[in-house]
Design a protein around this ligand. Structure first.
Ligand code: ADP
Ligand code: ZN
Length: 642
């Protein structure tokens, strides 16, 4: 998913908002015509004044009498009174020599006409402000219902499969569709049967949008893209209208591809939440289903959509005849990463010594968007240093930037805090180095980066798709080692471990509840309650299926895992206290300590881990205190957490 351009979202411009305010204010003013400030007199008071000859300039109409009367202060001020049946009045007035004139009230027809006139006036004004200026450029501001889909016609189509690296399987699956779009008639004559909709699923940034564009580029057809979240944006009823409009536009430009990003924004299961969920979303989804059923792929339109949560989609959406072809776009493996790096490196000048394979090795879990970012950051760094070409060190720094944000050299940290951070990181490092099922430690630093005050970087030796219980137990131990070290050295703990604790909890939960890694509970998977709140309804109902006793055992097992791991971490540090203290001192002095130095300090031979599954998680594992995770979940973590 990409960040949305905030400007894209405002349908109503500032000018239009001002326009509305003007109309509103005018309406209020007009309907509350402030008449002349008139005192209303009782008829009896009026008669009294007449008797005193304290009124003048009367206007007598069938229903009211108005004019001037003399108030207590002796001034003539306007008044009004309701006329009563009083045949003697005219005579009285004449006797008192009071000037008066008669007037006909407006008839009821006149009244209606008078009010209708105002309404017409307002409509006219509204037309003048909103409709007329828009006519001139052919668009109407009231066109909320127009889809904001971006269209690219074939001539602008520059992305092809060459630009998409490392997802060969997905590309292969899309070949059919390209063939069809190139020549729909021929394809059908040969009896080809096509899916209507293709669902691309995979983590954000794996290149789903890019792939869809490349399909359009390869086939030379128009490409319509819209983000599903734009459909459900603002006004009720607009989403459905936009969907309709999007399909109409595409039909007029067939053959074409319609691409809907973030399909889960509208496509979530219906009736999921308490109270039936989001009406607007549901209407939009229904409209989408109607459109899906209403067009034939014969018309030369292929619908593509992307999501990173295929599991939450409404089953109706992925039934045959709708989004019936599902293509996984996974995070790239080593070879894929190298290819992606190559694609993006074409745009920059690389030094001759740069080995992209090496960069690919150091970036497990990175997706296409991250790798594009690495190249970009490296180019910026090289340019900033006035270099002719991007060097290996630029790339190394860029990788870390993408992992953890830029170094913060300016952040001032007191001596004592540095000591705490060094101890904390040394705890992570030493336990990571001394546990058997963990990734090799690459380096440890107390230079702040991004939100982290310091971190230990572990890099796996290779990509891996399974994680063992021993590896997860070691991971818990490493995560808790920072806090354990603080406790051992200072007898006190800081807020710095909060992120570690969150992660520990997440891993422990996952192990007990989903991976069946608790001995007491055995191989069971339980609802984890981590679903999106949209699913509150579903979750609640699922939770009720778990007995009190079971949930108590689950809690105990999670606690147990964490407590044991913490004790183990403390043990390891205490046992190697001497090496640990040396590492802390070196860190304080040099700020960064590399793998080989760590081994030297601890008096260990360099790691050669054989005969055991190599752990994968390319964890920039242990960061220091931070407001939110600075490190994007990599493929492996994503596998575990999401
Ligand atoms: P998604 O739609 O899956 O979130 P995008 O297609 O928007 O991801 O990818 C964002 C950017 O990342 C692309 O514009 C491209 O520069 C880069 N990228 C992602 N995957 C690849 C890939 N397989 N090959 C080359 N570049 C990629
Ligand atoms: Zn930590």
């Amino acid at each position: 998913m990409k960040k949305k351009n905030p400007n894209n979202r405002s349908i109503i411009s500032v000018g239009q908002i001002i326009g509305w305010i003007v109309v509103f204010v005018l309406a209020v003013l007009l309907f509350n015509k402030p008449g002349v400030k008139q005192t209303t007199l009782d008829y009896s008071d009026f008669k009294q004044k007449v008797a005193e000859a304290a009124v003048s300039d009367l206007t007598v109409s069938p229903d009211t009498i108005s004019g001037l009367y003399k108030n207590e202060a002796g001034q003539f001020v306007p008044f009004k009174t309701v006329r009563m049946e009083d045949p003697g009045l005219v005579k009285e007035l004449s006797t008192a020599k009071i000037k008066f004139k008669a007037e006909q009230d407006r008839s009821w027809i006149g009244n209606i006409l008078f009010n209708v006139l105002w309404i017409f006036l307002l409509i006219g004004l509204w037309w003048f402000i909103f409709i007329r200026p828009q006519r001139s450029d052919g668009k109407s501001a009231m066109n909320f219902a127009r889809s904001k889909a971006k269209m690219q016609d074939p001539s602008q189509q520059t992305v092809t499969f060459k630009d998409v690296a490392g997802c060969d399987e997905a590309k292969e699956e899309l070949e059919d569709i390209i063939k069809f779009l190139k020549n729909p008639k021929k394809f059908q004559k040969l009896g080809g049967k096509l899916p209507k909709g293709v669902l691309l699923y995979g983590a954000p940034g794996t290149g789903k949008t890019l792939l869809a564009k490349a399909v359009a580029g390869e086939a030379g057809v128009s490409f319509f893209s819209a983000s599903a979240s734009e459909f459900v944006e603002m006004f009720v009823g607009v989403g459905a209208a936009r969907v309709r409009d999007l399909f109409d536009q595409a039909k007029n430009n067939a053959p074409a591809i319609i691409f809907i990003d973030e399909l889960d924004a509208v496509g979530r299961r219906r009736f999921a939440g308490i109270g039936g969920g989001h009406d607007e979303r549901e209407q939009t989804l229904n409209q989408l289903l109607i459109e899906l059923d209403g067009f034939e792929s014969k018309q030369g339109i292929i619908l593509m959509a992307s999501t990173n949560r295929p599991d939450v989609l409404d089953p109706a959406l992925i039934r045959p005849g709708r989004f019936d072809r599902h293509i996984s776009v996974p995070a790239p493996d080593l070879k894929g990463r190298e290819e992606i790096l190559k694609v993006h490196a074409k745009k920059v000048k690389l030094g001759s010594e740069v080995d992209l394979k090496q960069v690919a090795k150091g970036t497990p879990g990175f997706v296409g968007a991250d790798l594009a970012n690495v190249i970009n950051e490296a180019a910026i760094l090289a340019a900033r240093a006035d270099k002719d070409a991007v060097t290996t060190s630029d790339l190394d720094e860029a990788v870390e930037r993408v992992l953890a944000g830029p170094q913060k050299k300016s952040r001032i940290i007191s001596k004592h805090e540095q000591h705490v951070i060094a101890a904390h990181e040394s705890g992570h490092t030493i336990v990571a180095r001394l546990t058997n099922h963990s990734d090799p430690v690459h380096k440890v630093t107390i230079i702040p980066r991004g939100q982290a005050l310091g971190y230990t970087l572990q890099l796996p030796l290779e990509d891996k798709f399974l994680t063992s219980k021993s590896e997860l137990l070691d991971k818990l131990c490493i995560l808790l080692a920072g806090r354990a070290a603080e406790e051992i050295v200072f007898g006190e703990i800081t807020s710095g471990a909060s992120d570690d604790l969150n992660k520990t909890m997440a891993y422990a939960r996952k192990m007990v509840m989903e991976l069946g890694m608790s001995d007491r509970l055995g191989p069971i998977a339980l609802p984890n309650g981590e679903e999106n709140e949209v699913f509150l309804g579903r979750d609640l109902s699922r939770h009720t299926t778990m007995s009190d006793e079971l949930s108590r055992t689950v809690d105990e097992e999670i606690l147990n895992l964490i407590k044991t791991s913490y004790a183990r971490a403390k043990d390891i540090i205490i046992k190697h206290r001497e090496g640990f203290d040396k590492l802390v001192a070196t860190l304080l002095e040099k700020e960064v300590v590399q793998a080989n130095e760590i081994d030297e300090i601890l008096g260990l031979a360099p790691v050669v881990k054989e005969g055991q599954p190599q752990p994968t998680t390319p964890t920039p594992v242990k960061e220091e205190p931070k407001a939110q995770p600075a490190v994007r979940p990599n493929a492996q973590q994503a596998d575990l957490f999401e």
